[in-house]
Design a protein around this ligand. Structure first.
Ligand SMILES: *Cc1c(COP(=O)(O)O)cnc(C)c1O
Length: 374
């Protein structure tokens, strides 16, 4: 396989090349069925097998406990900002922790369906820090507490999920892990529900993943659209209506790919799957952050203890060079580094499918650019 350019898009984002080759090879005829996956009934044997395998592989990769259900839905992460309160709030109070653009959106949307308590906000820091959980103003009767475990735009990440019980709350924790899922393990003992759009780490746009603890099902508000009622979706194994079949298939190929990934520690221990991804992602992020910190030419403004491993926003000290930086990067096979419009500057997204070689190539380009422009 020839090396394609390295794609640093925040999403839709790069997909492992092996997966794209496999999908291409199977496009016209999946496993001798004479049909492509897009052409199959979602209720037929072939697709049911694809779906069951994808769910089983994800459960294994993320060590999802038995009492959680895996749902594949549509509408993206943004639709979940409504679907979560429609299913869990019972029209009561919910606690929101605002740590960046995505949780800000969740906060606004939840207000259409529930009483929203702003438990904490990092807005005053320009979303460069995370408010410490022991400062959160949690409400007594909250139906859930929502956090975004990785803020894709601002580049802040919870490296440890909050332990709500230790904070005196009995509410379930809801995490938006759109841009974090499968990049590291999840501590399910602290989570009631996790959701994410697929297009960052686990597939194409159009597929949404929901992992929900069973005891939270059964309380959707009467106005909740049936197709978005977790209980109905769970009862029908994500086939209440036609699920995004091709997205599920592609996510399944990506889960297989993650399962095959290994990293070897100095003592010879071999890490596999999500543990291997976590180590690789840490290595990749540290490489870029340490270069950013060593340079006066570039900067990242996020506090060190909450810097995202997945999304690294950075800025040139002289922003008049942004265009030259981006066009030079593109010429070097380093694509989609332009920052989100709300922040400006640059952003390198280092999802699972970004190899270490891509980050090395980026740092080498940045060093060259710095030398020739400093
Ligand atoms: C991308 C993203 C979303 C929105 O996903 P859509 O699929 O565009 O609805 C929500 N939350 C986070 C953290 C994201 O990164």
């Amino acid at each position: 396989m020839s090396q394609r350019p390295f794609n640093f898009s925040a999403g839709p984002a790069t997909i492992p090349q092996e997966v794209l080759h496999m999908a291409a090879a199977e496009m016209l005829d999946w496993h001798g069925t004479g049909m492509g996956v897009m052409e199959m009934s979602h209720r037929g044997k072939a697709f049911m097998a694809i779906h069951a395998q994808a769910v089983a592989d994800l459960r294994e990769l993320l060590a999802i406990p038995e009492n959680f259900r895996v749902l594949f839905m549509q509408g993206g992460g943004l639709a979940q900002n409504a679907i979560v309160p429609l299913n869990l709030s019972r029209g009561g109070t919910v606690d929101l922790v605002v740590t960046g653009a995505w949780s800000q959106k969740s906060y606004k949307e939840a207000g259409k369906y529930a009483q929203v308590n702003l438990a904490a906000s990092a807005q005053a820091s320009g979303f460069t820090t995370l408010p410490s959980p022991n400062t959160w103003q949690l409400s007594k009767e909250a139906a859930y507490v929502h956090v975004c475990s990785n803020e894709t735009i601002h580049g802040v990440e919870f490296h440890e999920l909050p332990d709500l019980q230790a904070l005196g709350s009995t509410a379930p924790l809801v995490i938006d892990f759109s841009s974090q899922v499968t990049s590291r393990p999840v501590d399910w003992s602290r989570v009631g529900l996790a959701f994410g759009g697929a297009q960052k780490n686990i597939g194409p746009a159009g597929l949404t993943l929901v992992v929900v603890r069973e005891d939270l099902l059964g309380h959707a508000m009467a106005v909740c659209p049936s197709a978005f009622d977790y209980t109905l979706v769970a009862e029908h194994d994500s086939m209440y209506n036609t699920p995004p079949t091709y997205g599920i298939y592609l996510a399944g190929l990506i889960f297989q790919w993650v399962k095959q990934q290994t990293e070897t520690l100095a003592d010879g221990t071999v890490l596999r799957g999500v543990a291997a991804m976590e180590l690789r992602n840490k290595t990749k992020a540290e490489l870029l952050y340490s270069y950013l910190d060593s340079s006066d030419f570039y900067s990242n403004k996020v506090a060190k203890d909450c810097r995202s491993r997945m999304n690294l926003p950075f800025f040139l000290a002289d922003e008049s060079r942004n265009e030259a930086f981006l066009s030079g990067a593109q010429a070097h096979g380093l694509l989609q580094l332009k920052g989100h419009k709300s922040l400006g500057g640059m952003r390198a997204s280092l999802y699972n499918a970004m190899p270490l070689a891509g980050v090395q190539a980026l740092v080498a380009y940045m060093q060259d650019f710095e030398r020739s422009h400093a």
